[in-house]
Design a protein around this ligand. Structure first.
Ligand code: SF4
Length: 394
């Protein structure tokens, strides 16, 4: 896809205020969300339903600048509620927000979250692949954002691997110099077979090229991988090839997003119809272990920052904690059948974060968990139950 410079007359902006898209990475929960493009220019990944039925469009630079101005206006309103000690007066801010009309209130809450929880430090550019814009156009937006919000320390955006591979290092450097700090990219897998099967629309080679160029331009790189997305058939392939991409690119962050077959997506239908045999939790854990075993010489951090990941404690530096992370997975693998199921159920019910937390649950809760385990002893009943819980999180 060529860089886009089309301004569609598709302005959903209210008379005054700003637009917000549907998603952002979990690590950007306290970021200000600046919508630069709408929806996803690819929109064909078979595991993803976020933008299904929505048309991609580009917002004009003027529209985005008007959003930045509106955000700055709300920021100033909230900052006028500072206490005499120079610290945010939370009660006064809430009073100001509650006096506003409904739409304005919603937008001001985003600013409040950004100020109180994010310390006013980071901005995430929405939606799915904003670097598809002509670099000069995006650079103009970034420069304006930095001018109006001089206190910002980090600006990040999603960027697809094929787009990163197509851009030159100079293009990416221009974005870096204009104020972009980090690219989040959903690689999902390093295997060409898996990428083809899930409709990702890019190749392993593009992932490597795009990742290396991003780093050469001085941008931070945060890559997402999906254990289980190749199903049982491609589980080992997915682990080995993803590790190979990680070894070649050496990203700053490797983020784990365990595959969940979502209803309404093509892979969800394939699992439902038996066309794709999904991995169990144990198989996904083994896949992650194999991937970690194959990673060598990387300096980034592996992050498990999503509730869909079974083993949230598998987090750490790839240089120093790799063995420890492998050990965490082996510890789970060495648990008895019943211990594993008790932990899985408690985790999927949102009651615990780590296997050792199970012992801290009340006797009554553990009794109820065991009752549910007894009712779902058959493996297909059990997998259906696990999937039911997982789908509540997506
Ligand atoms: S590129 Fe991202 S947002 Fe677009 S369809 Fe694929 S996963 Fe969904």
């Amino acid at each position: 896809m060529q860089p886009l410079d089309v301004d569609e007359k598709n302005n959903q902006n209210p008379a005054f205020g700003f637009e917000t898209g549907p998603i952002r990475p979990p690590s950007e929960a306290a970021s200000l969300l600046l919508r630069v493009t709408r929806n996803c220019p690819w929109n064909r990944c078979k595991f993803c339903g976020v933008y299904k039925g929505s048309r991609f469009s580009v917002r004009s630079v003027e529209e985005v600048k008007a959003d930045i101005d509106a955000m700055a206006h709300y920021r100033d309103l909230l900052f006028s509620c500072m206490g005499k000690d120079g610290k945010p007066d939370r009660k006064a801010m809430l009073r100001t927000i509650q006096q506003a009309d409904e739409l304005t209130r919603e937008q001001m809450y985003q600013l409040l979250n950004w100020i109180l929880n994010g310390k006013g430090e980071s901005v995430f550019l929405q939606d799915a692949n904003s670097i598809v814009l002509k670099p000069e156009r995006l650079a103009e937006i970034l420069r304006y954002l930095r001018k109006v919000f001089p206190g910002i320390k980090r600006v990040t955006s999603y960027g697809r691997a094929d787009t990163l591979a197509r851009l030159s290092v100079e293009d990416l450097r221009l974005l870096r110099q204009a104020g972009l700090d980090r690219i989040h990219s959903g690689y999902e897998s390093g295997s060409d077979q898996v990428l083809e099967r899930i409709g990702k629309g890019c190749s392993k080679q593009q992932e490597i090229e795009g990742g290396l160029k991003t780093k050469e331009a001085g941008l931070e790189l945060s890559l997402y991988f999906m254990p289980g997305v190749g199903g049982k058939a491609l589980s080992e392939e997915n682990a080995r090839e993803s590790a190979d991409v990680i070894n070649r690119v050496d990203p700053d962050f490797v983020r784990i997003r365990t595959f969940v077959a979502k209803p309404g997506t093509e892979l969800g239908s394939q699992v439902e119809s038996g066309q794709m045999a999904p991995c169990t939790d144990q198989e996904k854990a083994a896949e992650l272990r194999l991937m970690l075993e194959q990673i060598h010489g990387c300096r980034g951090v592996l992050v498990s920052d999503h509730i869909v990941n079974l083993l949230e404690s598998v987090n750490g530096s790839l240089a120093q904690d790799r063995e420890w992370m492998i050990g965490q997975i082996q510890r789970f693998e060495n648990m008895s059948f019943d211990e594993k199921r008790e932990f899985q159920l408690a985790r999927r019910m949102g009651l615990v974060r780590r296997p050792e937390d199970v012992k801290r649950l009340s006797p009554q809760v553990r009794k109820e968990i065991h009752l549910l385990m007894q009712k779902t002893q058959e493996s297909d009943q059990w997998e259906r139950l696990m999937n039911y819980f997982l789908q509540q999180y997506i």
